[in-house]
Write a protein that binds this ligand. Structure first.
Ligand code: AMP
Length: 402
């Protein structure tokens, strides 16, 4: 077998499956693709390989197993050269509960443990499990690894992860804050350490992952000590269509006075709120910025609310960190929206933060760099690489299995 060792990463969402083939040493993406709209008549597989794009229709009956079957056929045919270099498969799993503080090689007991976490993440873990099971059948000869979004946050102290509810709810039902986006925040911590030439176990970072889902993480000496998502990805920042923090009494009011059912609450909080709910226009930051430019009041209010909430959280995370080596923006919005960065930093001058406007405007579309004025606290933009984190963990653990 020749060529570099490659890793296939698989990320199963509720109606999609994203995959990449990565060189874990260099981070080079050799293949990237996704299956979208699974279960519908427009279900399709699309990919980019060797700077060429391709698509293939899937049948509406194709579930994750069907998609992985379609991938296997391509590995037997046009992608056979890549297949020969594949050494392991890494699966993104959203929830690992308290059992997983690190990624792990998948075996029967790990599959059972992931199944046990389905109760904590009913929208996410079942999809990951189906993807894992289909891929174990399709690639029985390759070591497979689960990489958990929650694992990086297992270092939170109890006073940060507990809700002020009766302790028995934690003891008997594991109800606590777990946090998400762990692979992204971990990458941001490690990459900041490289950029600032500081050992990873000495770096203090506030990492703002701002995409359709958004979360903040306080990283102290390389470890997560607080994060804004909770038991579920609903808590914390304003997101595309999720509300973030709320008065829990409001939920009681919606149920009692306005007769909302649980299903209606789920829809309201996860899908109809956030930027979409306030703007009454879109969950998409880029679209909202364009609309704001044309004078749309709802778009402007939604974006302002987003940045104000974010700025308050950033200020709060100076509490556990005391010394902040860098504030980092990442995710689709964090990497690309100079407006969101400027508006957010505008609230934080009391902490010494000052943007270099030219640097802030110049950085976008996958570039990395400092956007603060020289001599003021460091603000960086770093494109996140969750897939690379998954690939690195996967090869590290697969090497142990071989
Ligand atoms: P993600 O979930 O990380 O893919 O991020 C998606 C979000 O990034 C959406 O709200 C997009 O509108 C936003 N986004 C991507 N590119 C830009 C851009 N150039 N300006 C503003 N927002 C952007």
């Amino acid at each position: 077998m020749s060529g570099p060792r490659l890793v296939l990463t698989i990320n199963c969402g509720s109606s999609s499956l994203k995959f990449t083939i990565i060189n874990p040493e260099t981070g080079e993406e050799r293949l990237k693709g996704q299956a979208d709209a699974l279960g519908s008549s427009s279900a399709a597989l699309s990919w980019q390989h060797d700077e060429k794009e391709g698509t293939q229709k899937l049948s509406p009956g194709d579930d994750y197993e069907g998609v992985i079957g379609a991938l296997v056929k391509r590995f037997d045919g046009p992608w056979s050269a890549l297949r020969e270099q594949l050494r392991a498969i890494g699966h993104r799993v959203v929830h690992g509960g308290e059992q997983f503080a690190d990624s792990t090689l998948i075996n029967d007991s790990v599959v059972s443990a992931i199944r046990a976490c389905c109760e904590l993440a009913p929208l996410h873990n079942p999809a990951a499990l189906q993807g894992i099971q289909a891929s174990l059948l399709a690639f029985p000869e390759l070591p497979q690894v689960a990489v958990f979004d929650t694992a990086f946050h297992q270092s939170l102290p109890d006073y940060a992860y507990l809700y002020a509810l009766p302790y028995s709810l934690y003891r008997d039902h594991q109800l606590r804050r777990y946090g998400m986006h762990g692979s992204s925040h971990r990458y941001i911590g490690e990459r900041s350490a490289e950029i600032l030439k500081t050992p990873t176990d000495k770096i203090n970072v506030i990492s703002a992952h701002l995409g359709n889902g958004a979360s903040l993480c306080a990283i102290k000496n390389g470890k997560s000590v607080d994060t804004s998502m909770g038991l579920t990805p609903l808590e914390g920042l304003v997101m595309g269509s999720r509300c973030g923090d709320l008065d829990p009494g409001l939920l009681l009011h919606l149920g009692e006075a306005l007769d909302y059912s649980l299903a209606e609450l789920e829809q309201l909080l996860n899908r109809n709120s956030g930027l979409l709910g306030i703007s009454e226009l879109s969950n998409d930051c880029r679209e909202l910025e364009e609309a704001m430019g044309k004078g749309h009041a709802g778009a402007s209010l939604a974006l302002k609310l987003f940045c104000y909430r974010l700025a308050k959280y950033i200020a709060a995370y100076t509490v556990p960190l005391k010394r902040v080596d860098s504030l980092v923006f990442t995710g689709g919005i964090g990497e690309n929206s100079s407006w969101v960065r400027r508006e957010t930093i505008g609230w934080l001058s009391q902490l010494g933060y000052q943007l270099d406007n030219k640097r802030n405007e110049d950085i976008r579309f996958g570039s990395e760099g400092q956007i603060s004025k020289d001599g003021t606290p460091d603000i960086l933009v770093i494109p996140t690489r969750e897939d690379w984190v998954i690939a690195r963990d996967t090869i590290r653990l697969a090497n142990r299995a071989l």
